[in-house]
Design a protein around this ligand. Structure first.
Ligand code: SOE
Length: 393
């Protein structure tokens, strides 16, 4: 089997999930080429050598510019905070590399546009890690809508609720505008915008009624380098710093097929850990998904005789029937968060090799469309009126 050299720019939470994916993918999937974990970049203070040793990268570097230009590298994978997506992505594209990048594609719409344009012009393959597309239940929902099981889609509700209300959560980069671009909006709404665009197969055409709020305005300053990992229990000092991004953003939307939609991203939805999901109602039926029960998809078939209609809880764990499942464990043994990244690494390797991925890849162009929706919603919140997506480029 041929091999393909991967370099990863950044570390932290996503660096760990991507390293795991690159390390696992050829063990569980029949990949067209074997990914070699060639080089990882990290800042000196992050100790990239220790990260490389732990995760199986062959080399560590503190100079991302030389890494992305290295002729030995085929794929550049970017997992830095959002403000640092565009510089390595554009440099890698200019060097003719295929590029995978964490979401949201960029901190600003202008950067997202430049990245998409550069990739289109260079003709390299790109992917943005909207990992929830690769949950088998979400990929199944996409297929069910495509197969017409929901009929015409009339109504979409999407929410991404997290519980970061506790003030012990320190001032990680996700709370700083200059590093993240926005808060819950780019971090969480980006996922549910992508997921609903993916499942419905439609574009968002209009945004209205957006509300943006920052409830927790100060958090404890952190010591040391942020691993960006709330769950690891980062420590804060007694000194406080300003939160400069939103923590709650709601908005309404209209899809190209005419459906109306609501989106909610909230960081202080106490009691919701990673409650990321949707409900989609169509003329022939409905679907419900909640990541906190990620192996399940709820389906309501409204074409059945009224007397026997009811919600069906589909366990998406059947190797022969559900996307990706056959590559993991025997039927019914469930998968988790990290599997979505490995599924995605497989799809990107397939795409690079000219094979059809299991479900479509969110390319830079695709992620730029999601970023336009984020921008339109931010405009609607600031200007307090509806925004036609044609006016947001
Ligand atoms: C933090 O809010 C975070 O890790 C996001 O950045 C991820 O994209 C999300 O899926 C889980 O939460």
């Amino acid at each position: 089997m041929s091999s393909i050299n991967v370099a990863m720019i950044g570390q932290g939470f996503m660096g760990r999930s991507h390293s795991n994916a690159w390390g696992q993918v050829a063990k569980f999937f029949k990949t067209p080429a074997k990914p070699v974990m060639h080089t990882v970049f990290g800042q000196e203070a992050e100790n990239p050598q220790a990260f490389a040793d732990n995760w199986g990268w062959q080399n560590a570097s503190t100079d991302w510019e030389s890494v992305v230009k290295d002729p030995k590298i085929d794929v550049v994978d970017i997992v830095t905070p959002n403000f640092m997506h565009a510089p390595p992505a554009k440099a890698a594209i200019a060097a003719g590399k295929h590029v995978a990048c964490e979401k949201p594609i960029a901190g600003t719409l202008a950067e997202a546009r430049e990245m998409a344009e550069a990739a289109n012009k260079a003709g390299v393959k790109t992917a943005v890690w909207f990992c929830y597309r690769r949950v088998p239940a979400v990929a199944l929902a996409h297929q069910m809508v495509k197969d017409g099981l929901l009929g015409d889609i009339l109504h979409v509700r999407a929410q991404y609720l997290q519980d970061w209300a506790d003030e012990s959560v320190p001032l990680v980069w996700r709370f700083k505008k200059e590093l993240a671009g926005s808060g819950a909006h780019g971090d969480l709404n980006a996922h549910i915008i992508d997921m609903t665009r993916f499942v419905t197969g439609e574009e968002i055409t209009e945004i209205s009624g957006a509300i943006s709020e920052t409830f927790i305005k100060k958090r404890k300053l952190m010591t040391g380098v942020s691993a960006g990992n709330i769950a690891a229990g980062l420590q804060g000092t007694e000194e406080m710093g300003d939160v400069t991004v939103d923590d709650t953003v709601l908005f309404l939307a209209r899809f190209s097929g005419g459906a109306v939609a609501s989106f909610e991203a909230a960081r202080q939805a106490t009691g919701n850990q990673n409650r990321n999901g949707f409900e989609i109602n169509g003329t022939k039926g409905s679907l419900k998904f909640d990541f906190e029960r990620m192996n399940e998809l709820n389906y309501y078939d409204a074409t059945r005789p009224r007397a026997v209609q009811g919600w069906t809880n589909i366990m998406c764990t059947h190797a022969g029937d559900h996307p990706y499942v056959a590559n993991w464990w025997p039927d019914a043994h469930l998968i988790g968060y990290e599997h979505c990244f490995t599924n995605e690494a497989y799809d990107f390797l397939s795409e690079i090799a000219g094979e059809t991925p299991t479900v479509p890849i969110p390319t830079f162009e695709d992620a730029y469309q999601t970023q336009r929706v984020l921008e339109a919603s931010a405009l609607s919140a600031a200007e307090k009126h509806a925004i036609n997506m044609d006016d947001v480029k």
